[in-house]
Ligand binder design. Sequence first.
Ligand code: LLP
Length: 419
Amino acid sequence: MGFAYVNGAYSADHVDLTTIADAVGTPTYVYSASQLVQQAKRFQAAVAGLDALVCFAIKSNSNLAVIATLAATGLGADVVSAGEIARAQAAGVPADRIVFAGVGKTADEMAAALEAGIYQFNVESEVELAVLSEIAAARGAVAPVCVRVNPDVDAGTLSKITTGRKGNKFGVDIDLVPALFAQARRLPGIDLVGVSMHLGSLLQDLAPYRAAFQRMADLVRGLRAAGHTITRLDLGGGLGVPYRDEVLPTPEDYAQIVRETVADLGCRLVFEPGRYLTADAGVLLARVVYVKDGSDRRFLILDAAMNDLIRPALYNAWHTVRPVKQPAPDHLEQPVDIVGPICESTDRFAEGRMMPPVAAGDLVVFETAGAYGRVMASSYNSRPEPAEVLVRGRDFRTVKPRQSIQALFADETIPDWTG
Ligand code: LLP
């Protein structure tokens, strides 16, 4: 199940994407429930036997139906804002499976998280810890805290999504963590339960994980020797998925590294996978508006644009594009530039991409778009944000309608001094 050509048509589970385009229009994100569940089960099976809480990083795809599908398999949620706490709860994630990360939590967000009774705060600085202490103590609450550590390990991923090096804004430098624990152990309203880390996203290799996990294990031993009770270790997310034909480490390989480096500490482990769970469970469905022949190249102009899927424009990321109608086995490929209608040159999904013949009116899909796709969409150029559809077996539902043109500006006001 998941996404594949079935009887000549690109399908999600048992639903031909042409049917979805006819019913919902384009551009539309389409998710496969079976693929979501399969990814979740595989990750959970890989860490089975470890004392682990797997928290879905909902920033990768925060549609309520997606969160609820994953939560039903037993996953918790990794959240980074009051909005994400509210989403997680609205989708049915129990508060005691929610971990709250982020370098800039505001006092209001901390209060909301304490009110909800979340499992853990991952605190990223001494100043943040002081504010949390004040807010929690004032409410007569005690916040369970992991200190986010910057392990200073190069994750070898895109510079824009690496986080675990010195000089990044994230976490507390590993050398400074023992002093922070010593100073913070008696802060009111704070229960220092452990340490957390997150190396970056889209990791292609396990070596940085091994190096960072070893550093974390040494840190935990050192903190314990200094008299601190460390019961939790949050290892973050970041496991990559192939976008083309890369061969990447599997969750089983990853779990093996975990077993070798930190399992003997006896800590409760927290994992925060995002992309691994959602990337392959979604595609962006779009229609070709025009095929335009320039003097030296051919353009496929789609009804999807960088406001719908920004990863190619922002990170130069690759998404495989396929026609919904399966190309003939002996088809010839031609290089094309795949672009959207937005008025700037960055609005290009691919340059010189080899594609089978595609005509105006045809449907295409961007694969591996379930993670960091819809969540990063905007209405730039006053383009309504795309719809979202969840498929299960032969059934599909619109789980978020396309934004209406009216909704684009329904809440805007013109002051009476204007004109
Ligand atoms: N935990 C923390 C603290 C994070 O910051 C992130 C992602 C995750 C977990 C989940 O990482 P994942 O397993 O999904 O790699 N917009 C970028 C990705 C940004 C990732 C930000 N943090 C993209 O489109 O590739």
